[in-house]
Each structure stands twice: as C-alpha cells, then as structure tokens.
Design a protein around this ligand. Structure first.
Ligand code: ADP
Ligand code: MG
Length: 699
C-alpha cells in the first residue's frame, strides 16, 4: 500500500476527476503530499470579528458578523449591481456584487447569521465591501475559520471549478483532518531535538492552519530548513562519494618549473591572499584526492597568476594543464598572457578555439597526444571529443558562471584519470549562494587587491552633464590614458541595442574626430577575427576609445585604460556594472567609472547606481544584488536543485541555510552513507527527492 501522502489526489474528499485534472495541470498537484506542499503564500488574521463602527476603510481585510436586512438590484447598464445591506445589530454596511447577482441572491437569506469577510471601502459616506466572502456563522464555527487563515495561489481555471484560495483551503483541511492522515518522520531524532523542531505532521498542520503565530513560525522554519537541508545533504554526499570514487592524481612534487618561476620570473610580489590560495590549492592537489575547487576573487585580484602557478605544479608532476575561457577574446587574451609568463621557462603552449584552422588543429592534437604541448588554452572547443591529452592533470575553468555544470563534467569524463579542477570566477557570490550552487566544491577566496591599486572613483551623471563628461575623457586621453564607452545589450531588443550602439559610435566619431582621436568598436555582430583585430588596436594604444557592448564584460585586460563610461547604466544589473567597472583600475593610475543615466529612475535602479558609487567591494555588491534581484536568474541554480524552493528564499533565509549546512555536515561526517538505522528514513527520502537527477558526475 502506498504511503498516505503518495495517494493520488483524486482520492481526496472533495476532488472529482475534473478538479483533479485541473490541479494536476495548473498546479502540478498529483498526490496528497503535493497538495500539502502547496503552501500558503500569506495569512490573514481572522481571529477578530469587527463591529461595523470599528471599521477603518484603510484596513486590508475585516470580518463582520450580522444579518442581511435588505437587498436588491441597483443601477443600470454597466453600473448595474446587486446590493445587500448587512447589519451587525447597531450599524450596517453594504455588500456589493457586480457579477453573479442571481447566484448570490439565492444564497443569502434574511434572519440567518453570517460572517462577511472582505476589503472595506468607503463609498461616499457608506461603508461597503465588494464581493465579500459570505459564510454562515454556524459553518464559520464548525470549520474553525477563526485565527490565521492561509491564502493560496491559484489560477483562473481553478477558480472556475470553485478552487479559489478558499476552495483549496477546504481541500487541505479535508486532508489534514482525515483520520488516516499521517506524515512519518524522516529527520533524525537527534536533529529534531537539537533544533527543537516540531515533528513533520505538526509542521504541515501549522503551516496551513496555524493555531497561533508562534506555531506558524516554527512550522515555516522547519519547511525552509528542510528545503535547504536536503540539497545540502545531497551535495555533501556527492562530494564525498566523488572523493572516494576518483582517486585523483597526486602531485607530490614541487619541482623546477614552479620553483624556477617563483624565484626568478615572478613579475611582481604576490599578495598575501594569492600566496594563501596557492598554498590551499597545492595542498589539495598533493593529497591524492581529486580537487574540485572554486577560486573566487574580485576583478583584478590576480587569479591568472595563481592559475598559472598551479599549472606549473601539474607540469612538475609530468602532467598537462588546460584553461577554458567562455569567449574567444578571453581565451586569446589568456593565451597571450600565459605565453609571456611561460616563455622564459621554455614551456610549450597552445591555443584552441572555434576558429583555429584545421592544419593548426592537427598539429596541436599531435603535440598534445605526445605530451610535448604542456598547456592548452581555449574555448568550448577544448571539450570536443577529438581533443586528447597525453595526461591532463589540471583543468582550469575561467568565469564558471558561463559554463554549465555538464560542461565542467565533460572536461574529464573522457579521461580514465581524473584531473584536478579549478573553477575561477570573478563574480563574487554571496556566501549563501556559493554554499548552494557550489556546495559540492571547496572554496578559495582572494580577498585582497594587489598593492598600489587606487580604488576606482565612481560617479553617476545625467544627460545634462554629457559635455562635461566628454571634456573629462579628453583630459584623460591627453594624459595618455584610454577610455571604454559601453552600451547595454538586451537580447529582446537586439536590433534597437545595435542601433543605439551605432548611433553612439557615430556620435563619438564626431565628438572625438580624427586625426587627433581614434575610436574602436566591438560588438556581437562582428566576425571574431575583426573583433580580435579591434581589441588589439585598442590594446596597443592605436585607438584611445573603445565603444562596445557588454561583450567586453568579462576579463579583458588593458591596464592603460583608466575611464569606463557606461551608457544607460540603469539598464544594467548590479553585478554586471561591477564587472564592467573592473575593466579599469588595472594599472597604477587613478581610474574612473562614470555611470550615465536618464533623469527618471526606478527606485531599484537608483539603489543600484548608488551602491556602485558608494562601494568598490564586490562581495557587498553581490549581497545587495541578491537582495534586489532575488536569486531567480542566477545561472547554476537550476542544477543545484534550489530552483524548487517553495518557501525558503535565498536572499532572506541565509541564516537558516547556514544552519542546514552545519547540520548536514555534522550528519555526513558521522555517517557518510547514511547507513545507521536511525538515518534510514532520511536516506530513503533523500533518494526520493532527487530521483532522476544525475548529480554523480558534477565536476
Ligand atoms: P583577475 O583576477 O581579474 O583575472 P588578473 O589575473 O587578470 O585578474 O590580474 C589583473 C592584473 O593585475 C594583471 O595585469 C596582473 O598582471 C596584475 N597582478 C596580479 N597579481 C598582482 C600582484 N600581486 N601585484 C601586482 N600586480 C598583479
Ligand atoms: Mg581574469
């Protein structure tokens, strides 16, 4: 016999075949359990019954008890309505229906006592309620409506089948008051005791029909906790299993490549943070277990040199290394930077992108197979089946958020030996998110910029200051600096964006005429070799101004560029603005970021721009971004299983997430495979929750 909560929804009292179909189709409710997980999105307090004289029309909802003392149709045409006078014995108000008049007229009777529930309005001097909920006082008492009442989301189609919020409430009530209702506990008794949680059955009861606010708070806590807890458990389990299953290549040696470079060729003193991170990675790669590590560091914090040092460790241990970047421009830039670093060591490096010619490819593949080529840098092209390393020891992935988890996995699944994986991201991620999206990875953080960097000065300017902004750009160019001017790119209106960009470019050509100035342009519609050529011209200082879309968002490195002008800055997200700003401030000169916007700004846009002006700290920006935007469109969330959160909210429930993480860690460290008898129900539930999702190959 299936568990009670797995009973198909059509077996519930009050649900016929037609309602069942609608529930399945519209709300994805197939079983009793699904219905219980259709949580209310808010509650209304129905503990109080008001006297008419107490009602303030500003109240959101009120309920009054009394009798109908007169009723009838009023008005003509579109103003035609059914009005019933409702008296509490002393004063009265009007209940008004614009639709369904005959239905309601047949439903209410004089001399019977009702409870009206709805939003009060003042119409002239008369208090009224449009389309109130009407309930017989007897039923009100019987159904225990008093107290906090759940409000459920529903759809138009369901409403037509009497499944409005109230209708759904009735179903949930039928379920919970069913004498067979049971919700077997699956959380370990110890955990429940430690966190003083209510049991599962109480949880369902008080999340839907709380007896008071305190019980409701406890129930909601447990729902949120569970939503996080299962994902955390799953991640930690996957991480543990992976560590067991894949031995990983031990890198015991720190040899002449690493030491030689470190002692003789390091172009600058590493920051303390860089040193610490290199140590963490070195220890991890030396452990004999496969490394899966996320390297977080704000733009310009110097992740590339860290990656390079790690590659040298791989090479010291007779392995090869790869670096994958999300775009061709970035791959090329990495290639050039790393080639320069590797040059004095005599290490051979290759570049593989979509536009690498066939003959070149053939040579690359041969050198790769023979082990002659030590480092291969490239785009997605790296994960094609034709790419065979002799022995890949370290796979570095830059700007992870652009790659899917599957792609991460693909990098190594084709080899028998599993390389260490280092994922680098310049998008600082709030702790709550990194715990979830990257919960299966270890994390290293570079939380310090190289010395001598002056903080970028950011300002917000309106259209009226445009000429002054140009004047400032000219001053900077006269000092030998270079300038980016960036236009928004929004996919839905690609044509329009392109038009804006081209108009802007024309405008720049007029304001900054030849021969005194040279202006570059890069955008998504250009062929990649043209793009590349333009980037090079800017990099070499042939052009002073680079007009671009957010194509240049990630990673481009031109230390001489000191001004970033962002047009229509209000159209960019906060993280994106911060990324763009990171393109300047890479040299020792004072750098500037100028946010241009229209006069009319939404409250949120203003908060974004203000935040940019007030802080340079990527982690602060990321936290605020999460608060403003919510986690909805952050890549990687889907794979993490967290897109299914119902009550928990990553931007608000960070503390509960933290607790769930700690509890999950404790549990997994005591019983990694959840084999102890008291963990059996949990283990079964965990498998149910993640049925069909293949996580085992992540990273
Ligand atoms: P990101 O973390 O954004 O990838 P990069 O690795 O591109 O940053 O480094 C940004 C710039 O800072 C580069 O020009 C790099 O050479 C330089 N850099 C990195 N580390 C240091 C350091 N410790 N001292 C001085 N300059 C550094
Ligand atoms: Mg970088």
């Amino acid at each position: 016999m299936p568990e009670f909560l797995e009973t198909p929804i059509e077996y519930l009292k009050g649900v016929g075949p037609s309602k069942a179909d609608a529930l399945k189709l519209d709300l994805g409710i197939f079983t009793f359990g699904d219905l219980l997980k259709h949580y209310p999105f808010r509650y209304v307090d129905r503990s109080k019954i008001y006297r008419v004289s107490e009602i303030d029309p500003d109240f959101a909802f009120v309920q009054v008890r009394g009798q109908f003392v007169g009723m009838g149709m009023v008005g003509e045409g579109r103003g035609k309505r059914f009005v019933a006078e409702f008296s509490d014995g002393e004063n009265s108000l009007e209940a008004v229906w614009f639709q369904g008049a005959s239905w309601i007229a047949n439903k209410i009777f004089p001399n019977k006592t009702y409870v009206l529930f709805g939003k009060p309005n003042l119409f002239g001097k008369t208090l009224n309620m449009a389309h109130p909920e009407v309930m017989l006082w007897e039923d009100f008492k019987k159904e225990q409506v008093a107290g906090l009442q759940p409000v459920y989301s529903t759809t138009e189609k369901l409403k037509k089948k009497s499944l409005d919020s109230r209708g759904i409430q009735k179903l949930v009530y039928n379920l919970i008051s069913d004498s067979f209702f049971q919700a077997p506990e699956y959380l370990p008794p110890q955990l429940i005791a430690d966190l003083k949680m209510m049991n599962r059955k109480e949880m369902y009861r008080h999340v839907h029909f709380p007896s008071d606010e305190e019980q409701n708070r406890k129930a909601v806590f447990r729902v949120k906790f569970e939503e996080f807890f299962f994902t955390q458990l799953r991640m930690l389990q996957v991480k543990g299993l992976r560590k067991q299953a894949y031995k990983g290549i031990a890198f015991p040696r720190i040899g002449e490549y690493f030491n030689g470079f470190y002692q003789n060729h390091l172009p600058f003193e590493l920051t303390e943070a860089q040193k610490r991170v290199v140590k963490e990675i070195r220890a991890d790669m030396g452990s004999g277990k496969q490394m899966n590590r996320l390297l977080q560091g704000d733009v310009g914090s110097g992740k590339t040199i860290v990656a390079f040092l790690c590659m040298l460790i791989a090479i010291d241990n007779d392995c090869q290394a790869s670096l994958m970047a999300p775009t061709e421009i970035l791959a090329t830039q990495h290639y050039e930077g790393i080639r320069e670093l590797a040059e004095p060591l005599g290490i051979e490096i290759g570049l593989l992108t979509g536009s690498t010619p066939k003959s070149e490819r053939k040579k690359l593949f041969e050198a790769l197979k023979s082990g002659e080529l030590k480092i291969l840098i490239g785009t997605h092209a790296l994960i094609e089946d034709t790419v065979q390393f002799q022995r890949l020891g370290l796979a570095v992935i830059d700007e992870q958020h652009r790659f899917g988890v599957q792609q991460r996995a693909k990098l190594w699944t084709k080899d028998a030996e599993v390389p260490h994986v280092l994922v680098m991201t310049a998008t600082p991620i709030p702790r709550t998110l990194s715990m979830t999206i990257y919960g299966d990875l270890d994390v290293s953080i570079i939380n310090e910029l190289p010395v001598g960097r002056k903080p970028i000065s950011t300002s917000h300017r309106l259209e009226s200051s445009r000429l002054r902004v140009y004047g400032f750009m000219k001053e900077q160019i006269a000092l030998g600096r270079q300038v980016y001017v960036v236009y928004p790119l929004i996919e839905e209106s690609e044509k329009l964006d392109y038009q804006n960009l081209m108009d802007g470019y024309e405008h720049m050509l007029q304001e900054f005429p030849r021969p005194q100035y040279e202006v570059s342009i890069v955008h998504g519609r250009m062929r990649s070799d043209d793009k590349e050529a333009e980037m090079q011209r800017f990099k070499q200082g042939v052009t002073q101004i680079m007009v671009a879309t957010s194509v240049i968002e990630v990673g481009v490195n031109v230390p001489n560029a000191s001004v970033m002008v962002i047009e229509s800055a209000e159209k960019f997200g906060l993280s994106q603005l911060h990324q763009l700003r990171g393109r300047v401030g890479r040299g020792s000169e004072q750098s500037y970021c100028i946010l241009m916007s229209g006069n009319k700004l939404s409250r949120e846009a203003r908060m974004r721009l203000d935040a940019m002006v007030h802080t340079n700290n990527g982690f602060e920006i990321a936290e605020l971004d999460l608060k403003l935007r919510g986690p909805g469109d952050i890549d990687g969330l889907k794979q993490s299983g967290l897109s299914t959160l119902k009550l928990a909210d990553l931007s608000k429930d960070g503390e509960i997430l933290r607790m769930s993480r700690i509890s999950a860690e404790k549990l997994i460290s005591e019983d990694p495979a959840l084999l102890k008898p008291e963990h059996q129900p949990l283990s079964v539930q965990l498998k149910k929750n993640f049925k069909g999702s293949d996580w085992s190959r992540v990273s």
